[in-house]
Structure formats: C-alpha cells, structure tokens
Design a protein around this ligand. Structure first.
Ligand code: ATP
Length: 144
C-alpha cells in the first residue's frame, strides 16, 4: 500500500516566499516535499528541508511520479511566471488529491487560479503590506 502523507505539504517554487514557507512548515513538524525546476535552488535548500526535488511542476506525469497525490496539501509558491503557476495548478487539479493553495500576483491571476482548481489563493506581498500597516498603526496608538 502506498504511504499516506495527509499531514505533509508540497511546496512548489523555492523563491523568497516559498523557501520561508517550506522552512516554517518544517519547523512546525510537518513533512515537506519541495519542488523547484532550478538546480541551484534545489542544491541550496537540500540541507535544510526533508526532501527537495528538481522537476518542472507543469508536467502532470512528473507530479504523479513524485507521489504528490498522497500529500494532503500543496502550495504553488511560483510568483513571477503566471503561465507556470496556472499550468502547475491545472496539472495538480488533474492529478487529484492534495488541496491546492496558490499564490497570485493580481486579481486576474487569482481568478484564473480559482477557475482551474485552486481552493485557496494567497497574495503574500499584499497580505504582508496590510499586516505591517496594522502593526505600525497599533504601535502608534500605544504612545497616545
Ligand atoms: P519570490 O518573490 O518568492 O522570490 P519570484 O516571483 O521572484 O518569487 P518566481 O520566478 O516566481 O520568483 O519563481 C519562484 C521559484 O519557482 C523559483 O525558484 C523558480 O525556479 C520556481 N519555478 C518557476 N517555474 C517553475 C516550474 N515550472 N517548475 C518548478 N519550479 C518553478
């Protein structure tokens, strides 16, 4: 029988956002499988994460071979390339299995991600900007 990894999370794309996400999940005790097509990124993060694989995430067959269907959740952390992010979500949706979280860089990008199968869409830059604004304002109030 195939091993189930319901508590495990796949992180696709080890850019500035994806690498912090993957290392935080690891620190929180979750099994992480990280995927990036760039061999330099794979080499850089291999010592710090359980499993880092070099692969193109837009290829459904590759995702299947990596056993992604057994994981509970997958986060598509690719940001700059809308095409790579959309094709990856599409391949994951066709694969079935993990709940899909995906990073968007615009509202249109978010709508496409939702329409091809993303359950949750995240905007790391917008969310961080908003959070820091609230933090600054809340600390201003401390001094009044
Ligand atoms: P960040 O802001 O998180 O640094 P970014 O938008 O600057 O991200 P991107 O170009 O989105 O950077 O790439 C994030 C990571 O995703 C990179 O390490 C890149 O190699 C990886 N990546 C991009 N396309 C694919 C793909 N098709 N398959 C696997 N990994 C990919």
């Amino acid at each position: 029988a195939r091993r189930r990894r319901d508590g495990g999370v796949v992180v696709i794309g080890l850019g500035r956002f994806g690498c912090h996400l993957a290392s935080s999940l690891t620190q929180l005790g979750h099994e992480v499988l990280a995927v990036d097509r760039n061999p330099d990124r794979v080499q850089k993060w291999s010592p710090y994460l359980d499993r880092v694989v070099q692969a193109d995430s837009t290829e459904e067959g590759t995702l299947r071979q990596l056993g992604l269907a057994d994981f509970g959740r997958v986060v598509v952390a690719i940001g700059a390339s809308v095409e790579a992010s959309v094709l990856t979500v599409l391949a994951l949706a066709e694969l079935g299995g993990p709940e899909i979280w995906a990073r968007a860089t615009s509202d249109q990008h978010a709508r496409i991600l939702e329409s091809v199968g993303a359950r949750h869409v995240i905007f790391p830059e917008a969310e961080t900007g908003e959070r820091v604004a609230h933090l600054i304002v809340s600390r201003m109030l401390d001094y009044i």
